[in-house]
Design a binder for this molecule. Structure first.
Ligand code: SF4
Length: 302
């Protein structure tokens, strides 16, 4: 058996173990599996030019990833096709496709689920995946439980592991600035990660770790039910959209994620090393602002 098959089997086993914990193991045995298909859609229009202000500065580690939810349980993401004249003039482009799609456990929402219940289900001593070995504490998520906007990163770093809160290091400070530039405060949005424990040496989460932990993310998103999900970096976008495609293929475009609009942009840590990409990210954030009816705060005169 090759490594790809091993990985798929591992993912399937992880999900079945998780379903078994919830008493839902027979769920999958009765579910039909559907194959995905290639489709084409017009490219999304560019909404606005780059932000002129001097927000967002500094360098650090880039976090790009290539992991996805196990195909066994992933829902087919649907690109939200733009119909504006700008979009119609844009060249059609082929979009990524999930390899296999089936109905998800989390499409049938857990009755009376809540963030507190999810936190309790994880438990502070979770050992479901190997990330438990080096972590100091679980980093569950923070923010408004009824937020219209949720940011999803890949996993906690050193500072987050120390403080138990996502995005509090240098990249987190940049994210806070980005949120402020949108006319919001940190406490207005919800911020979480795909995996809840810090990967050693800040490496990317591995497929088996994502497969085991990401059901908790799916539940968090189902409970919050935000209008917009903004994926920060490849890992979260690839996980939620069930694709291995590079983020540059679909960054800044809209998708449907179980009733929420999903957009992917670069991780703030990437921006710390590549400040030139801030302009692209600002375009993405302006799209989010347009959907949420937000306006940048007025600059105060010195
Ligand atoms: S990453 Fe998730 S599944 Fe793994 S030990 Fe931490 S909380 Fe548990």
């Amino acid at each position: 058996m090759d490594s790809k098959s091993d990985s798929k089997n591992l993912s399937a086993e992880s999900w079945l173990r998780y379903a078994d914990e919830l008493g839902l193991a027979p769920f999958y045995l009765e579910r039909p599996v559907q194959m995905g298909a290639f489709i084409a859609a017009p490219a999304a229009p560019i909404i606005a030019a780059a932000h002129e202000s001097a927000i967002w500065q500094a360098p650090a580690d880039d976090r790009a990833a290539s992991s996805s939810l196990p195909a066994l349980v992933a829902a087919v993401p649907k690109r939200v096709v733009e119909t504006s004249s700008v979009a119609q003039k844009s060249a059609a482009s082929q979009i990524f496709v999930p390899q296999v799609a089936a109905q998800s456990l989390f499409e049938e929402r857990i009755e009376n689920d809540s963030l507190d219940r999810i936190r309790q289900d994880i438990t502070p001593t979770c050992t479901r995946c190997k990330l438990h070995k080096a972590r100091k504490q679980i980093v569950f998520g923070v923010g408004n439980p009824e937020a219209q906007l949720v940011f999803v990163g890949e996993g906690p770093g050193r500072d987050e592991d120390e403080q138990g809160e996502p995005f509090v290091g240098r990249a987190g400070q940049l994210l806070t600035q980005m949120i402020g530039a949108m006319g919001l405060r940190r406490q207005d949005v919800y911020i979480c990660n795909v995996v809840k424990c810090r990967p050693p040496e800040n490496r990317l989460p591995e497929k088996d770790e994502i497969a085991i932990c990401s059901p908790f993310l799916a539940r968090q998103l189902a409970v919050i039910n935000p209008k917009v999900i903004c994926c920060l970096g490849a890992c979260s976008a690839q996980t939620l959209l069930n694709t291995n495609q590079g983020i540059s293929r679909f960054r800044g475009e809209w998708f449907d994620y179980r009733g929420s609009k999903l957009i992917a942009t670069y991780h703030p840590a990437y921006l710390l090393r590549n400040p030139a990409a801030k302009a692209e990210v600002w375009k993405d954030l302006q799209k989010v602002m347009a959907v949420l009816g937000l306006h940048p705060p007025k600059k105060t005169k010195p």
